[in-house]
Design a protein around this ligand. Structure first.
Ligand code: AMP
Ligand code: MG
Length: 418
């Protein structure tokens, strides 16, 4: 399991920027060293353990990029069209039996290997056939046209997939193109997930009149699965220090990360802080992020803990900005940066300087046909509808104090965030 010393979060300070907080935690968690080999079909989303250098060039051999006619370099028509008798036919998967005879052309198909001495292919759409059945090729084609040289995509030996890459379908395709069948990946990060709060009931269980169903736990578990984690659902802990401490202690040491939601503010009924302090060490990080409020970071018997706020939107936003990079760091993954796409705002907004804010927004086409960001009409951090009915988050950096209609803002789609 990930082992951390108790003093590694010994960092106080009043208000921390998101980048500072993430930098601190990702620098301090120890990456898991356990690897496993997975079949290509199971590799999507996993973190690659080693660099992969191309074991063969891609394409592996020089081949035609089109259906057409191959000619020898010396025979390319220069100034006028020229008729060539046909000599040979090479299909994809076939091999030319011999070099093309001088002054002749060979029928060739997309993906078929080029015959010896031939380096140019005429597209079949650009040729005509004369009365004698000869192929008439136009002048002016450049030597090497319509041909894909061996290694033009990736030369043999080049590092093509980096250790720490979170594999996507295109990476799996590249590994398959190299003929690989198994990939060494970091084992799944094991995360224990708790909700906290006396007001919570699990879906499927009786709900008292003063209770609401626990939604965060299911959102967080779904997000963790998307990050390739192995998730232990540990249900709901009551707002009581001793039972919280007992619950957390039981899972520490058996997981790489403990994730809780709720109970991390500084109210009288926010007991996560006291519980963690009684069995490990904890700092409350007041991150300069809205929605967010404090995020707790702690260590229990060497296992890192992140305590997210209870309001669903705050929980979502802090998950993507704190938990996601932490999970990636635990897996030894290369840092992934969100790149907000600039779009004009279709709203006005005021904000405090020095804090980063995320505004829930939808994209729509404006009068000029270009996309613009429309703010969700309400702002409460408890509004699940605000996450369900929007397309993503507008990121307003620390320096921004106001947004006017038409000003350019950075938009992050939910599809990018998780
Ligand atoms: P807390 O952070 O515990 O003070 O909770 C803040 C708000 O979020 C309260 O209104 C809670 O009822 C609500 N809340 C806390 N945990 C959850 C959860 N797991 N699912 C849905 N709402 C929650
Ligand atoms: Mg609570």
């Amino acid at each position: 399991m990930a082992q951390l010393s108790d003093d590694c979060f010994a960092f106080g300070g009043p208000m921390m920027s998101v980048d500072e907080a993430v930098g601190l935690i990702t620098a301090r968690v120890n990456a898991i060293a356990d690897l496993e080999a997975v079949a290509l079909v199971d590799a999507d989303g996993r973190v690659l353990a080693h660099d992969i250098a191309a074991p063969l060039p891609l394409p592996p051999f020089t081949n035609s990029a089109v259906d057409g006619y191959a000619v020898r370099s010396a025979d390319l028509p220069r100034d006028a069209e020229q008729a060539f008798p046909l000599d040979g036919r090479i299909q994809a998967g076939g091999l030319a039996q011999a070099a093309i005879k001088p002054g002749h052309t060979a029928r060739i198909f997309t993906g078929a290997p080029m015959p010896p001495d031939a380096e140019t292919v005429f597209m079949q759409e650009d040729v005509r056939i004369d009365d004698a059945g000869r192929i008439v090729l136009p002048p002016g084609l450049k030597p090497g046209a319509n041909v894909r040289p061996a290694g033009e995509d990736i030369p043999q030996g080049r590092v093509a997939l980096r250790a720490g890459l979170r594999l996507r379908p295109q990476h799996v395709a590249l590994a398959a193109a190299f003929g690989l069948t198994l990939l060494d990946v970091v084992r799944r990060i094991r995360v224990a997930v708790f909700s906290t709060g006396d007001e919570l009931a699990s879906p499927g269980e009786p709900r008292a009149r003063s209770q609401l169903y626990d939604s965060n736990r299911f959102m967080l578990m779904a997000m963790l699965r998307r990050l390739g984690c192995e998730v232990s659902d540990l249900g709901i802990l009551r707002d009581e220090r001793i039972s919280l401490a007992d619950g957390l202690k039981q899972v520490a040491g058996r997981h790489d990360l403990i994730l809780t939601t709720g109970g991390v503010s500084t109210g009288e009924e926010d007991h996560v802080k006291a519980a963690v302090e009684s069995i490990g060490s904890l700092v409350l990080w007041r991150m300069a992020i809205k929605p967010g409020r404090p995020v707790a970071m702690g260590i229990i018997q060497g296992t890192p803990l992140i305590g997210l706020p209870g309001n669903p939107v705050a929980s979502f936003v802090t998950f993507v900005h704190v938990v996601r990079p932490t999970v990636l760091a635990l897996a030894g993954g290369l840092p992934e940066r969100f790149l907000p796409i600039p779009v004009p705002a279709a709203f006005s907004y005021k904000k405090k300087i020095g804090r980063r804010e995320y505004v829930r927004a939808s994209l729509r086409r404006g009068a000029d046909g270009m996309l613009e960001a429309v703010k969700f009409p309400r702002e409460g951090a408890g509004l699940l509808s605000s996450l369900v009915e929007t397309d993503g988050l507008v990121e307003l950096g620390e320096d921004i104090t106001r947004v006017e209609p038409g000003s350019s803002v950075g938009f992050l789609s939910y599809a990018d965030l998780i």
